[in-house]
Write a protein that binds this ligand. Structure first.
Ligand code: SF4
Ligand code: SF4
Length: 342
């Protein structure tokens, strides 16, 4: 169940200071002309009306590199769990939608203890996007710009105040702790919030249905020549995978030092030839076209089958990142055009 409040904008810095005093606070900050998620020291550096930032907030639950445990004296194993309590402020709705699928991947069936602990200790405070970027297409996927559920705390900017929604017990407790900062919403606040949502919705330049693309692929209509042309444009840089809030590929390696061994988990990508290397050196996906096609099949066919949602939330990061211009939106639009032209 969701509960609502109003936070006057004049109270935001005080609230952020209080959050920072009770746990680590990460927010989008201006650093040397760029905006990046970083631990917050100066409240005035927070920047809220941003495009989707790189890297995505998946970094806070599934870091780019993470020590899993140490082996000392040949046998002693010391698990390295990160128990830090954190608030991540200023996250976009699409990234919150991505967390729902990451949760299913990392917590259902076998529960990944590293992800699980970080997830429990992290509260995400998201912001409804009032000004979607030309690269955004969450609107066609139901993953933004406003969420009905799945968030911890969701803010909508109403000009002089924020409409605040708490989506779970953890979030209610946080609001209650500083309840003197929050007011009860009036009817006009609900109306203004709806208007902000409608005006944001109207600003989307891209409207893409991945469902139609999925059906087209499943009907066997997409020829190898299409995937071949896509593959030709791929530099195998891995940028799309690393920036995607939903890509979960990783590898595990040992770093050997004179004083012990560090077992580390690192981001990896199924677009790289060695990712599926088997014992004996067999490479099932040695041909590049197999890897390219696999990435799209994974996101458009297997994710919905296995996790109940597309492996894409329409954040547009791959559009910004891909030097070959073969990002998810471009491919979906090309397939839609092929479909429309019979
Ligand atoms: S596939 Fe591209 S647009 Fe979709 S979630 Fe990943 S990075 Fe964002
Ligand atoms: S960002 Fe583009 S070029 Fe780089 S691996 Fe992804 S699809 Fe290939």
């Amino acid at each position: 169940m969701t509960k609502e409040w109003i936070l006057p904008k004049g109270h935001l810095s005080y609230w952020l200071r209080q959050l920072r005093n009770s746990a680590s606070l990460i927010a989008p900050l201006r650093v040397d002309g760029d905006i990046v998620f970083k631990s917050l020291e100066n409240i005035h550096e927070v920047s809220l009306d941003n495009p989707a930032l790189l890297p995505s907030p998946k970094e806070f639950l599934f870091p780019q590199q993470e020590s899993l445990f140490w082996i000392e004296d040949g046998t002693k194993v010391r698990q390295l769990y990160n128990n830090e309590k954190r608030f991540v402020f200023g996250v976009r709705s699409c990234d919150i939608s991505a967390l729902r699928l990451l949760d299913r991947f990392y917590l259902e069936g076998y529960e990944d203890p590293y992800y699980s602990l970080r997830r429990k200790n992290t509260v995400f405070i998201s912001i409804v996007c009032n000004n979607p970027e030309p690269t955004c297409f969450c609107i066609g996927l139901g993953t933004g710009p406003y969420l009905e559920k799945g968030f911890d705390i969701q803010l909508t900017d109403l000009g002089d105040r924020y409409f605040v929604q708490a989506g779970n017990a953890k979030a209610f407790r946080i609001i209650r702790q500083w309840n003197f900062l929050f007011n009860k919403p009036k009817r006009i606040d609900y109306e203004d919030q709806y208007e902000v949502f409608l005006s944001s919705k109207a600003r989307f330049q891209k409207r893409i249905s991945l469902e139609n693309v999925r059906k087209y692929i499943l009907a066997g209509k997409v020829k190898d020549s299409f995937w071949g042309a896509v593959t030709e444009r791929c530099f195998e840089c891995g940028g799309c995978v690393y920036e995607c809030p939903l890509c979960t590929c990783f590898t595990v390696t040992d770093r050997v030092y004179s004083f012990g061994i560090d077992r580390v988990r690192l981001w990896d990508t199924c677009l790289f030839k060695g990712f599926t290397r088997m014992a004996g050196g067999v490479l099932p996906n040695e041909k590049r076209i197999l890897r390219t096609r696999r990435w799209y099949y994974h996101k458009l066919i297997h994710y919905p089958d296995l996790l109940g949602g597309f492996g894409c939330v329409g954040c547009g990061r791959c559009t910004v990142t891909c030097p070959g211009k073969i990002d998810m939106a471009t491919i979906a639009i090309k397939l839609r055009d092929l479909q429309d032209n019979g």
